[in-house]
Design a protein. Structure first.
Length: 194
């Protein structure tokens, strides 16, 4: 079932420039653009995860403006996209929320721009998700990516996008869109009008 997918954008714990664990800053663009992608691909939820109260407040301000205030009337499509967004302090909070909704914990799917062992292709991961009744939570990191401890928590790890490229530094917004398209791809029929 490709309609039982959640996504979390992790701001803590993530890797800093020197490989240390840090908290990264929430960006307005990530909240907006990733929510639009998640809504387009019918994800059940998009969690923005930050352990810092000031960063969670940024998410709250964006959501309040577009869901409750002027933004709701100004741009209803943007408002609808943001209905999938939830904020959380820690990954454990996300798991609890999904378990409360679904009645079971999700399988965790690790993503990274770096190569690693036992990484699944997008086709293989798509088949796993499509053949499962369990919810799946895709984890995306900010800053320099997710630490190894997070990967160890996960049931699956996806291969990186453009792993063989000499330059592999997509924005997380672009990476989310590409990964979701590869996993939930839709075959289209070319219909020509006479």
């Amino acid at each position: 079932m490709l309609n039982n997918i959640y996504l979390a954008l992790i701001h803590y714990p993530v890797l800093g420039r020197h490989g240390n664990i840090v908290s990264s800053a929430v960006t307005n663009l990530d909240v907006h653009d990733i929510s639009r992608t998640c809504r387009t691909y019918n994800l059940k939820g998009y969690f923005v995860v930050s352990n810092l109260p000031a960063q969670r407040e940024i998410v709250d301000n964006v959501l309040n403006y577009w869901l409750e205030e002027f933004g709701k009337e100004y741009n209803p499509s943007r408002s609808e996209a943001l209905t999938v967004v939830k904020r959380a302090s820690y990954i454990e909070d996300v798991l609890e929320d999904i378990e409360e909704i679904e009645g079971q914990k999700p399988d965790l799917v690790f993503t990274s721009a770096k190569r690693g062992r036992d990484r699944l292709t997008y086709g293989a991961m798509r088949n796993i998700i499509a053949g499962s009744k369990k919810p799946h939570l895709l984890l995306f990191g900010t800053s320099w990516g997710l630490p190894e401890e997070i990967e160890k928590m996960c049931n699956y790890s996806l291969e990186p996008l453009r792993a063989n490229s000499d330059f592999n530094h997509l924005s997380v917004r672009a990476a989310v869109a590409i990964v979701l398209d590869r996993l939930i791809r839709e075959d289209t029929i070319d219909v020509r009008r006479d």
